[in-house]
Ligand binder design. Structure first.
Ligand code: NDP
Length: 615
C-alpha cells in the first residue's frame, strides 16, 4: 500500500497530521471546478426594473418632508455608515464645523441600518470592530456584539460629534459634477437638491448594493419574498432577536448559505413549519466563543487601549509579529497555528516558498477541524458531508456560530444541496433543484451584495470630474487612485472605500479609521490655508497603481486557486479585480505610509491650487 506523504515527501509528518495535503489539494480543485461558471460575476441580477422593489427601505416609518436645498457646505459626506461617521468625527475633532451627511437611509448606520435580519451580529470582536470606544466612553456588552448594539453605537457616534445637525436622510444623490470656475462640487439629489460643496467625501460602503441570484423564473414566484438586507418584519413578525411568529405554519425557503444566512437560519427554523435551505457552497463554521464583557478587565484598561488592540489585531492578521495576541480569536488562530508549526520544526526553513507551504498546511489543519466539527454536530451523514467546506479558510468569509449546524438536526429543516450548481429554476410555487420542486410560502434571498461591478453603479450616481470626465470612464479598467482615497481629474473629492487600493484589513473599521484620519487632516489643512483645489499628481497616482499591481500578485495567485466568491470575482480574477484590490504591503506599512505623509504636511504628491485672494 502506498504510504501517505506530505507535499515535502515527509511520510511521518503526513501521518502525524492525520491528513494528506495532496489529496486535499485535489479535492479542493475538484470542488472549485464544479462551481466555476463562464458568466462569473455576470450571473447575478441587478435590482432594477421589475426587481427594483427589493431595494425599498422596509425600516423607515415615515417620509422626512423638507424643502429642496440650494446652499453650500464646506464638506459633504455621502454615506452615513462607519466610513461617513468616522470621517465626520475626525473632521469635527479637527475643528471643521460645516459638515453635511447625505444618505438614502433614514438614519446613520450604513450596513447596520440595512441589515437587521434575525440573529444579526458581527463576528469581528466588538472591542476592535466598534470604532471610537474611548472617545464615546462606550464599552460593548459582549465580545461579539449584535447588530442592534452596533446600530446604536453608530447613532451614539453621530450624537457625540453632532453629526445629526445638518443631515439629509432619505436622500439619494443622483449626480456629482465638478464646477471648474467655482471650484465647487454640485450635488444633485432625488429631493430636487442642488447643493454645492468645497469638498466631497464618498463613503458609500462596500457591501451596499444587494443583488439577486440569476436564477431563471425569479420574477415568477407568487409567494412572499425579500432580500435579507430589507427584512420584512411586517410579514415574519419578531425582531433581530428572533421570535418570527409570522412564519408559523409557513413553508420557508432561503437561497444562500453565506455569513448572513448562517446567522438567520436558526431563527427561521424556530418558527417556520418547514425550512428549506438551498445551498450552493457551504460556509466554514467555527465555534463562537462569546462572553459578556468582564468588568474587571474593563477596569484594568489604560488610556489608549483601544487603538493598541486594533493595531495588534491588524498587524497579526497581516502576518506580522506581536508579543501578545490580544484579541485571540478565529482570525488570529491560523497565525498561531503557523507559528507553532514553525517552532516545532528543528531547523525551520523560512524561505518564502517554505513559508507558503507552512501556511497551506496550517490552513488544511484548520479546515480539517472545521470539517470534523460538522461530523460531531450533524447527525445525518449525508447532510453532514454536504455541509463540509472544501476550500482554503480565507477563500470565503469564515463564520463562527454555535446554532447553525445543530439546526440541520431539526425535523422541520431540510438542506437542499445543489452540489455546487445552484438553484435550477424558480416557479410561481417555489424552487426547483435537480428536477424536484419545493413549494414555498416565503422565499428569502441571502444572496449577498454586488462586488466587482462599477463603483458608480453601486453608488447609484455618476461623478463628472474635470473636463466632464466621468468616474465610470476613468475607472473602466480598474480604479486609479492615490492611497485608495483620491483620483486625478476629481479634485477635492475623497473616497472612503478602504478595500480598494488601501491597506488590507480584516477589521474593516480599522481601514476606514485610517482613511478618515488621513483625509480629515488634508481637508482641515486645505481649509485653513484657503486652498481652492487639491488633486493628486499624475506621477503619484501612476506610481500607486503600479505598486498595487506589483503586490497584488501573491493575493491573486491565492485567489486563483479558491472556490468562486466575490473575493475572487466569482472565480475569474482579472486585471481590473487585481487593480481594485487591497494594498498588500508589509504588516503596518499602509498605516506608516499615511503617518509619514501627514508628518510631511499631508500635501506631498498633491497639486495644490490656492484661491486668488490668498495668493
Ligand atoms: P454572500 O455573497 O457571502 O453569500 C451569498 C450566498 O448566495 C452564497 O452562499 C452563494 O453561494 C449563494 N448563491 C448565489 N447564487 C446562487 C444560486 N444561483 N443558487 C444558490 N445559491 C446561490 O452574502 P452574505 O450576505 O451572506 O455575506 C456577504 C458578506 O457580508 C460576508 O462575506 C461578510 O463580509 C459580510 N457579513 C459579515 C458578517 C459578520 O459577522 N461580520 C455577518 C454577515 C455578513 P456560493 O457561495 O456558491 O456563491
Amino acid at each position: 500500500m502506498a504510504q501517505k506523504q506530505d507535499s515535502t515527501g515527509d511520510v511521518t509528518a503526513a501521518e502525524n497530521r492525520g491528513f494528506d495535503p495532496n489529496a486535499l489539494r485535489a479535492k479542493y480543485d475538484a470542488e472549485r471546478d464544479k462551481r466555476l461558471r463562464s458568466d462569473a460575476n455576470e450571473q447575478y441580477r441587478e435590482l432594477k426594473g421589475g426587481l427594483a422593489h427589493y431595494m425599498e427601505d422596509t425600516y423607515s416609518e415615515s417620509r422626512i418632508e423638507r424643502e429642496a436645498l440650494h446652499d453650500e457646505v464646506e464638506v459633504a459626506i455621502i454615506g452615513g455608515g462607519f466610513g461617513g461617521l468616522l470621517t465626520g468625527a475626525r473632521l469635527r475633532e479637527a475643528g471643521v464645523e460645516d459638515v453635511r451627511v447625505i444618505d438614502a437611509t433614514g438614519d446613520f448606520g450604513g450596513t447596520w441600518y440595512w441589515n437587521r435580519y434575525p440573529g444579526i451580529a458581527c463576528d469581528i470582536e466588538a472591542y476592535i470592530y466598534l470604532p471610537l470606544l474611548e472617545e464615546t466612553g462606550y464599552m460593548p456588552t459582549q465580545k461579539y456584539a449584535t447588530g442592534a448594539e452596533i446600530f446604536e453605537h453608530c447613532k451614539r457616534i453621530a450624537r457625540k460629534y453632532d453629526l445629526y445637525r445638518d443631515t439629509c436622510f432619505q436622500t439619494r444623490v443622483t449626480e456629482l459634477r465638478w464646477d471648474e470656475d467655482a471650484a465647487r462640487w454640485i450635488i444633485s439629489t432625488d429631493r430636487g437638491d442642488c447643493m454645492r460643496a468645497r469638498f466631497v467625501c464618498m463613503a458609500l460602503g462596500v457591501l451596499n448594493h444587494p443583488k439577486l441570484p440569476g436564477i431563471p423564473g425569479i420574477e415568477d414566484f407568487e409567494g412572499h419574498s425579500f432580500h435579507t438586507s430589507r427584512w420584512d418584519y411586517a410579514y415574519t413578525g419578531g425582531s433581530s432577536d428572533g421570535s418570527l411568529t409570522g412564519l408559523r405554519g409557513k413553508r420557508v425557503g432561503i437561497i444562500g448559505t453565506g455569513a448572513t444566512s448562517v446567522q438567520c437560519v436558526p431563527h427561521l427554523a424556530e418558527t417556520a413549519e418547514h425550512l428549506y435551505v438551498f445551498q450552493r457552497t457551504p460556509s466554514s463554521i467555527d465555534v463562537k466563543d462569546n462572553h459578556p464583557t468582564d468588568p474587571a478587565w474593563v477596569a484594568s484598561l489604560q488610556p489608549g487601549w483601544h487603538q493598541k488592540r486594533m493595531d495588534n489585531f491588524q498587524i497579526l492578521t497581516q502576518g506580522g509579529y506581536q508579543e501578545e495576541d490580544l484579541v485571540n480569536d478565529n482570525w488570529t488562530e491560523i497565525i498561531r497555528m503557523l507559528v507553532a508549526n514553525i517552532q516545532q520544526s528543528e531547523n525551520p526553513d523560512l524561505s518564502p516558498e517554505a513559508l507558503q507551504q507552512q501556511i497551506e498546511l496550517a490552513d488544511f489543519g484548520k479546515m480539517e477541524q472545521v470539517r470534523a466539527r460538522v461530523d460531531e454536530v450533524v447527525e445525518d451523514e449525508a447532510t453532514a458531508e454536504a455541509l463540509k467546506p472544501y476550500y482554503r479558510q480565507f477563500c470565503k468569509r469564515p463564520c463562527i456560530h454555535n446554532d447553525y449546524l445543530p439546526t440541520f438536526n431539526r425535523e422541520n429543516v431540510t438542506l437542499v444541496d445543489t452540489k455546487g450548481k445552484g438553484v435550477e429554476r424558480i416557479t410561481k410555487r417555489g424552487v426547483v433543484v435537480d428536477g424536484s420542486e419545493y413549494e414555498l410560502d416565503c422565499l428569502i434571498y441571502a444572496s449577498g451584495f454586488e462586488v466587482g461591478t462599477d463603483y458608480t453603479r453601486r453608488g447609484g450616481y455618476e461623478v463628472h470630474g474635470r473636463n466632464g470626465q466621468t468616474l465610470t470612464d476613468k475607472w473602466a479598467d480598474g480604479a486609479r487612485t492615490l492611497h485608495g482615497m483620491q483620483s486625478r481629474g476629481f479634485p477635492n473629492c475623497f473616497f472612503i472605500m478602504s478595500i480598494v487600493q488601501a491597506g488590507f484589513a480584516v477589521n474593516f473599521t480599522h481601514g476606514l479609521g485610517d482613511t478618515a484620519r488621513h483625509l480629515a487632516f488634508i481637508i482641515k489643512r486645505a481649509l485653513d490655508e484657503g486652498v481652492e483645489s487639491i488633486e493628486v499628481s499624475e506621477e503619484a497616482e501612476n506610481a500607486w497603481v503600479d505598486r498595487i499591481l506589483a503586490v497584488a500578485g501573491t493575493g491573486s495567485d491565492f485567489q486563483q486557486t479558491c472556490t468562486p466568491s466575490y473575493y475572487n470575482n466569482e472565480g475569474k480574477p482579472n486585471n481590473a479585480s487585481k487593480q481594485n484590490s487591497f494594498f498588500f504591503g508589509e504588516p503596518g506599512e499602509f498605516m506608516k505610509i499615511l503617518e509619514d505623509c501627514r508628518a510631511d504636511g499631508g500635501m506631498k504628491d498633491l497639486e495644490v491650487c490656492y484661491s486668488a485672494d490668498e495668493e
